[in-house]
Design a protein around this ligand. Structure first.
Ligand code: F6R
Length: 361
């Protein structure tokens, strides 16, 4: 049942404020400025002993894991990174007893992720899951974890589940942070930010008409470049993947700082750039990158917290806490990919060559 929407993708994009409300519900603990995560199965002593976090997933879940790794590193000050589960499996990784491994999967059935979990367990590692489907294979194989509570996602490409997964990582990062060295004041600040998310998501969804007009302007692109740095980079990668998957327009994502090391050669009017430009300590750096693109007559669409004079268009999104901004900045780009694909007459819910869950190697 699409509930009045033309596609499941549109329905699922529009459900995100409610979905985020669900992942937060019952978990915030104001008394200690932290969150309760009932299924984590990790006691405080164990949480304090973690020396590293390694997050494993595929596709969109891998991108959510990249944002999650940054959140855990920022809030809990534990060195963290994300890696595609398949790459991890095949490079004979050193499995370290002081590392917390986290498997991320919407379906909970992705074979490469499941196989990585089984291999890690066989070697004695502690593995948690950040999973949407309750009781799925990965949820059952992991020692504990955080359910994402996005509800069923029918469209082959992931939208609301991505957003909820990133919020779930925000909760996990806050939880680990408050057991380690994150102050009460910072805990409160993050909680306030989390509480603002559903309302801010709703505000972003109300920009749909504006984004639809922009989609008409960018639908002629042969290829698109997505740039961001640090917190903005995984957002750029996910937006690039979404556009590729449903519109079949070639897109690539680069850290803004890497442009001058090669991809700047591609910039011309037929290859517009989408720039993720949060209002944080890297704002000036991002403005400089936009200037370089303008100087090569590239078109720029910025997603930012205030209008960007270097960009041809800016989608202005509400500001949250710096650490949580990545949750919001990708949402208008889901709508952009959607409207570009719609204008091109694509089969949005079932893009060619793709399946909802990849249970083979
Ligand atoms: C992209 C997409 C895929 C999945 C990937 C992992 O829109 O849907 O990239 O994210 O196949 O799937 P899960 O999260 O079910 O493990």
């Amino acid at each position: 049942d699409m509930g009045g929407h033309d596609t499941y993708m549109h329905k699922e994009i529009c459900e995100q404020a409610d979905a985020v409300d669900r992942v937060l519900r019952g978990r915030i603990d104001d008394r200690f400025s932290t969150v309760h995560l009932g299924g984590l199965n990790l006691d405080p002593r164990e949480a304090r002993a973690i020396r590293r976090v390694k997050i494993l997933g595929c596709g969109t879940s891998y991108h959510a894991g990249q944002i999650g790794a940054q959140m855990i590193e920022e809030l809990a000050r534990i060195p963290s990174d994300a890696e595609p589960a398949s790459e991890f499996r095949y490079r004979n990784p050193v499995v370290d007893p002081d590392t917390l491994y986290i498997a991320v999967s919407q379906s909970g059935e992705t074979y490469d992720v499941l196989a990585a979990v089984q291999e890690l367990k066989r070697k004695g590692a502690r593995v948690l899951g950040v999973v949407n489907v309750v009781g799925s294979a990965i949820a059952r194989e992991t020692h504990g974890g955080v359910y994402v509570h996005a509800g069923p996602e029918v469209c082959v490409v992931s939208t609301k589940c991505f957003t909820n997964t990133v919020v779930a990582f925000g909760l996990l990062a806050l939880h680990l942070g408050r057991i380690r060295d994150l102050s009460v004041a910072d805990g409160k600040r993050i909680i306030e930010g989390l509480r603002k998310l559903p309302g801010q998501i709703q505000e972003i969804l109300e920009l749909e008409d504006e984004v639809k007009k922009l989609a008409a302007e960018y639908a002629d692109a042969k290829s698109m470049m997505f740039i961001g740095r640090v917190r903005g980079y995984p957002v750029a990668r996910e937006a690039s993947l979404k556009l590729k998957e449903i519109s079949y327009i070639h897109a690539e994502a680069y850290p803004a700082s890497e442009l001058k090391h090669g991809p700047l050669a591609l910039i011309e009017p037929a290859m517009p750039t989408v720039a993720i430009v949060p209002d944080d300590d890297l704002l000036e750096k991002n403005r400089a990158a936009m200037e370089e693109i303008k100087a090569r007559s590239g078109r720029i669409l910025a997603v930012a917290h205030q209008k960007q004079d270097k960009a041809d268009h800016t989608i202005v999104v509400p500001k949250n806490e710096n650490e949580l901004d990545p949750i919001l900045m990708g949402i208008p780009l889901q709508l952009l990919a959607y409207h570009v694909a719609l204008a091109m007459g694509r089969d949005i819910d079932k893009p060619r060559n793709l399946a909802k869950s990849v249970t083979v190697e």
